[in-house]
Design a protein around this ligand. Structure first.
Ligand SMILES: [Ca+2]
Ligand SMILES: [Ca+2]
Length: 199
């Protein structure tokens, strides 16, 4: 699985006059999601566009509240050289409800204007935020029919991947380490014994 953590700063709450998200300019925005590059299927027929349902929850935190979009909503789109531009989107393909709010949608959009970040339309294992000239996020929804939305800039995006690195429980790790040490000492003892016999 590839795990992605995004942090941003809210720069525009003018779309949320009733403050349904309880967030102000300068507040932190966080988003996290994950995907399996082996199982995610590109449903776009275009060789330059990758459109994937991620099949895992996607969480958004702002105004001190975390909103969790269901598995069926999380999606990502990769554009490679569309009009000479590479772009990356991760967000909700369908609106959802959580914490008493409805019609919730959220996404991040990053644009590399010289088209150099992606060489195909596959889901990325990693990239650097600095590879993109433009980045933004938005999040919106409604509270009893009152709509609100905020947007801002992305400060960091970090990828971590656990491929081939499944965590080993500590007691097992100690047992393996102890056993390896015993093997090492056994080898050295045998070696010394052989030298003594040869002398
Ligand atoms: Ca494609
Ligand atoms: Ca490209």
């Amino acid at each position: 699985m590839v795990e992605v953590e995004v942090t941003g700063t809210i720069t525009d709450v003018t779309g949320d006059p009733d403050k349904i998200f309880g967030a102000d300019d300068g507040d932190t925005f966080m988003m996290s999601y994950s995907y399996d590059t082996d199982t995610a299927v590109d449903i776009s027929g275009s060789p330059n566009i990758g459109l994937y349902f991620l099949g895992t929850p996607m969480s958004f935190t702002l105004g001190g509240v975390t909103y969790i979009a269901p598995d069926s909503s999380s999606a990502s789109r990769i554009d490679n050289d569309t009009g000479g531009v590479d772009s990356y989107v991760a967000g909700t393909a369908r609106s959802f409800s959580d914490n008493g709010l409805d019609n919730l949608t959220g996404m991040i959009l990053l644009t590399d204007t010289d088209g150099s970040v992606f060489s195909d339309d596959s889901l990325p294992i990693s990239f650097a935020l600095s590879d993109f000239e433009q980045s933004m996020f938005n999040f919106g929804g409604s509270d009893d029919g009152v709509f609100g939305g905020v947007q801002g800039s992305i400060d960091s995006i970090t990828f971590s991947s656990d491929m081939g690195m499944s965590p080993v429980p500590l007691p097992a790790a100690i047992w393996l380490f102890g056993s390896a040490l015993a093997g090492l000492f056994g080898f050295k003892l045998r070696q010394r014994h052989t030298q003594v016999l040869a002398a």
